[in-house]
Design a protein around this ligand. Structure first.
Ligand code: GLU
Length: 495
């Protein structure tokens, strides 16, 4: 689905871990911007940090993006006119542009030693200057360079930054002015020959024809550097849009991989039983709003409505309860067959059933179980605690429920009585069971709740859940009888 509007955006994750929820939002905003404008969404892998980049992380990022439905038009695994889309495989391209910068006098080799640089930093601190590098190697003659190379000195490549303020425009944050003192002759190639992020990213954005760079505001300080590299190469920079950060609700701190662990990994939400639609809907509202009230958006609505003009300038707060609410909403909106399909992998993973064992009759039974849970699923994994008793017989009895309902003298008689009236029933459907049970309570002057709660614990282990008659029908006669017997023996002091 390659667009032809001319809009070209990219998502450029560094494969140093799982897909962070904030990065997923960046990917989503890029994807929506591309789809809204009929443009092209590119996936580029920023693996200049060779030590921290892994294949495994790359795969996890692809999986998470695909799970969210954020398919890319060009990029890794997809190919495209600018292959390869992994930076570590693009070294020759960067070398060509570095040569151009050196030849045109816009970049130079710097031979300063770590000690010399440390002294410069120290001096800048004493003089309260932001700029630390003094420009010592800016104007070295070729003979000086040769001499230092002959001495075995290593060099980095620095960009020659004009000593004047720079004004840049951000589509979200507005006009940004950076004072001359805040800029330095940035290192663009390390002494071991590795090009650095600002160089590789800028070159790729130019070469790949990126029109809009949409990314997290943690990169806003890189924008002037990247604009200067574009100018030094004599090229027009892309437009920039920096999206304010996602903060952790508790203390207003940045949501970080290190401190907030599972909360920030897209993969964990998938494993935790969240639906991609809910996660997308949640992510888009972290920073973007259509009006003051609408919370629920389908993908098609988002593609139609998404616009950078409605991205706020302030940081947004991560609110897990809102995600849970959205997830519950999306689960409820699935029809029973789809909801059943969605919970099966979780039930299977728990070892409670095998998908291959699902005969049509058993599938119909499972759908009724899912239906009986009603709107009580916040996540798909909630199906386990809410229904595991349908699949296992030797569940534990909840001790609080036992204390409350099984300690009365009448319990044994009531459980036995209920067993007796249900045993001879013919069809064991809801109507038949209901009239047998009410027949028993009415005839014996037993309050309904005094019969139902002890029986519920006997059949499910807990004192809450779906309608008890539904549970009885779904369990069937054999299991109901077995479970009543097990409960009677437990109350009697047995196992
Ligand atoms: N690799 C950078 C990151 O993951 C992306 C920076 C950019 O979009 O320019 O934060």
């Amino acid at each position: 689905m390659m667009g032809d509007s001319g809009v070209r955006v990219r998502f450029a994750p560094s494969p140093t871990g799982f897909l962070h929820i904030g990065s997923a939002r960046t990917a989503l905003f890029n994807w929506l911007f591309a789809r809204h404008h009929g443009g092209t969404f590119i996936l580029r892998i920023d693996d200049t940090d060779e030590q921290r980049s892994t294949e495994e992380s790359m795969r996890e990022i692809y999986d998470s993006l695909k799970w969210l439905g954020l398919e890319w038009d060009e990029g890794e695994t997809m190919g495209g006119p600018h292959s390869p889309y992994v930076q570590s495989e693009r070294r020759e391209i960067y070398e060509k542009y570095v040569r151009q910068l050196l030849d045109s006098g816009n970049a130079y080799r710097c031979y300063c030693t770590p000690e010399e640089l440390a002294a410069m930093r120290e001096q800048a601190r004493a003089e309260k200057r932001d700029r630390t590098y003094t420009g010592k190697c800016r104007n070295l003659a070729p003979a000086d360079c040769q001499r230092m190379e002959a001495e075995g000195r290593k060099s980095v490549v620095r960009l020659k930054v004009p000593l004047e303020p720079i004004a840049v425009q951000d589509l979200i944050l507005g006009d940004i002015r950076v004072e001359a003192d805040a800029l330095q002759d940035e290192v663009i190639v390390k002494s071991n020959g590795s090009p650095l992020y600002n160089l590789t990213s800028t070159v790729d954005d130019l070469v790949m024809g990126i029109t809009h760079v949409i990314r997290g505001a943690d990169h806003v300080n890189n924008m002037p550097k990247q604009v200067l590299i574009c100018r030094a190469l004599g090229m027009q920079p892309p437009q920039f849009a920096h999206v304010p950060l996602v903060l952790n609700s508790a203390k207003g701190e940045k949501l970080s991989k290190r401190r907030h662990g599972d909360l920030v990994s897209v993969g964990k939400y998938r494993q935790g039983g969240y639906l991609p639609e809910a996660v997308i809907n949640f992510l888009v509202r972290l920073g973007w709003s259509y009006d003051d009230k609408t919370e629920i958006f389908s993908i098609d609505e988002l593609i139609e409505k998404f616009d950078l003009g409605r991205v706020g300038k302030t940081n947004s707060v991560f609110d897990i309860q809102k995600l849970q609410w959205l997830n519950g909403h999306y689960i409820m909106n699935m029809d029973i067959a789809a909801r059943t399909d969605a919970v099966i992998p979780f039930i299977e993973q728990e070892g409670l059933l095998l998908k291959t064992d699902l005969t049509p009759a058993r599938r119909a039974w499972l759908e009724k179980i899912v239906e009986s849970v009603g709107d009580r699923l916040t996540t798909l994994t909630d199906i386990i605690p809410q229904t595991s008793y349908f699949f296992i017989d030797d569940f534990e009895y909840d001790s609080k429920a036992v204390k409350k309902w099984w300690k009365k003298d009448s319990v044994l008689e009531i459980l036995g009585g209920l067993r007796n009236v249900m045993a001879p029933l013919k069809t064991f459907n809801v109507d038949e069971v209901e009239s047998a049970i009410w027949g028993y309570t009415d005839t014996n002057g037993v309050k309904r709740v005094q019969a139902m709660q002890p029986m519920r614990i006997a059949l499910t282990g807990v004192s809450f859940g779906p309608g008890l008659f539904d549970i009885i029908e779904l369990l069937g006669r054999e299991k109901v009888m077995q479970r009543l017997d097990r409960a009677i023996s437990h109350v009697n002091g047995g196992a």
